[in-house]
Design a protein around this ligand. Structure first.
Ligand code: GLY
Ligand code: MN
Length: 464
């Protein structure tokens, strides 16, 4: 945990951003896997971690914005808990560890919230994303799960987004630690991938690296020779020479901060000429984003500049043709780059996505495009020092999408469907780094993860 003052200061700042009422932060509970005592790996709610620091299940916090009081709710361990799980700190000590005024047992929470409701006070809560929390809100506030998103407090969402988007130096240290572990996961793959292995041999091994370093992984590992499937979570393919392996994976620190790195590695250890050309187009797009990202620029414009680099690379390969400014403006490149350049990252790998992507990545001055491809850009707004974002361009050959566009004769001015026939089994390439926006530009976070063709090929000691 950070110092007790960290959490106190954050709550004091939050109080200043809200008009009044009560803030209710339900922490996460344990979730059963196949029977109640056999639970999924526990993960605390990220906003609860941010303001209250505590990682144990079954807690809640209430802040009274009007009189400044705060209370942590939760139950002390019973003897049965102590026998099976060991002695836990007392609730009063947990409250003291995050400088909260006092602690009360769980049943008192219902009384506090009911009294506030009877007095007609606003109870601010965030949109819940877990069934258990939805049931808890239903029981405590009488709001049906289907109505909870709409009744969530926009003022609280905006205040939380404002604070959590700007990372403190101690948070950057955590993120860099997560990326350090993520780097070890990726270099393991570069060193150990071999033809004949099944993908899960690698995905299992890197998940182990995350766990051994305090993890878990920050999201389910994406590791596939079918990199054209953007979020491919199945790991059952046997890998062959000539194929490209995409690994999009990151670790989380024990305090909950994420890393999110993607690298693409040839199974044989060597890129062929065609793979190299496409790889270098993606690499140039990634580097373009690093060069351009600075305070004041829209991340949408950085995305479009990267898209332009990708389109140029595809034109060089004979896959695209015509005027690439027009092609990118009309969205023709999105056949190959159908997702956004990046997203905010922090305590969540897609930071605060549960609060609503558009609150995080857009605002009153820039709204989300509806154009295919650009519509998937999670973060388009103006950059500020302290933001942490991913920079993850890619080129994919998705046969079903190619077929649909060709049948519709879509963008025939810009896309050479004849040449594309040779790329149907190419797969996909993505390269992802995590960047911090600084006063004058940006900094790639964490230790360098091998990224150029030469660096990745150089990881195969057996081929030297
Ligand atoms: N790392 C997965 C994603 O960014 O969507
Ligand atoms: Mn990502």
């Amino acid at each position: 945990m950070f110092t007790p003052d960290t959490y106190k200061k954050r709550r004091d700042e939050l109080r200043k951003l809200l008009p009044g009422g009560i803030v209710f932060f339900p922490g996460n509970t344990e979730v059963p896997f196949n029977y109640p005592a056999n639970t999924y790996t526990y993960r605390q709610d990220s906003t609860f971690i941010y303001y209250c620091g505590l990682q144990e299940p079954g807690l809640a916090a209430v802040m009274d914005i009007d009189d400044g009081s705060e209370c942590l709710f939760g139950d002390d361990s019973t003897m049965d808990d102590i026998i099976w799980m060991g002695r836990q700190p007392l609730m009063n000590d947990k409250a003291a560890a995050v400088k909260m005024d006092k602690a009360q047992p769980c049943p008192a929470l219902a009384d506090v919230l009911q009294k506030a409701q009877q007095q007609g006070r606003t109870i601010h809560f965030l949109p819940p994303y877990r069934a258990e929390t939805k049931i808890r809100l239903w029981e405590l506030l009488g709001i049906q799960p289907a109505q909870q998103k709409e009744k969530a407090s926009v003022a609280l969402i905006k205040a939380v987004v404002k604070m959590r988007t700007l990372k403190e130096p101690q948070e950057i240290e955590q993120i860099e630690a997560a990326i350090g572990t993520s780097c070890r996961m990726h270099t393991y793959i570069m060193k150990h991938v071999r033809a004949g292995m099944v993908e899960r041999e690698l995905s299992g091994a890197i998940e182990g690296i995350a766990l051994a370093n305090g993890g878990p992984v920050s999201f389910p590992v994406i590791l596939s020779i079918n990199g054209q499937i953007l979020h491919n979570h199945s790991h059952g393919n046997t890998m062959h020479d000539g194929q490209l392996l995409i690994t999009d994976a990151g670790a989380e620190t024990s305090m909950g901060y994420a890393g999110d790195i993607t690298r693409t590695t040839p199974v044989s250890g060597r890129f062929d000429a065609r793979q190299k050309a496409v790889y270098n187009a993606v690499l140039q797009a990634n580097l373009q984003a690093i060069e351009m990202s600075r305070p004041g620029i829209l991340y949408r414009d950085v995305h479009l500049a990267s898209a332009r680099v990708i389109a140029d690379g595809l034109k060089d390969a004979g896959i695209m043709r015509g005027n690439m400014d027009d092609a990118v403006a009309q969205g023709a490149h999105a056949l190959f780059f159908p997702h956004g350049l990046g997203h905010a990252m922090g305590l969540d790998v897609h930071d605060m996505e549960n609060l609503g992507e558009n609150y995080v990545g857009y605002n009153d001055t820039i709204s989300r495009s509806t154009q295919f491809g650009l519509a998937s850009l999670r973060f388009g707004r103006k950059l500020e020092p302290g933001f942490v974002l991913t920079d993850e361009p890619g080129i994919y050959f998705i046969p079903a999408l190619i077929d649909q566009w060709e049948t519709e004769k879509k963008f025939t001015e810009f896309i050479n469907y004849e040449v594309l026939k040779d790329y149907r089994t190419f797969g996909g390439i993505r390269i992802e780094d995590d960047i911090l926006i600084t006063e004058n530009g940006c900094r790639v976070l964490g230790p360098p993860v091998p990224k150029t063709v030469e660096e990745i090929e150089g990881m195969r000691e057996d081929l030297k």
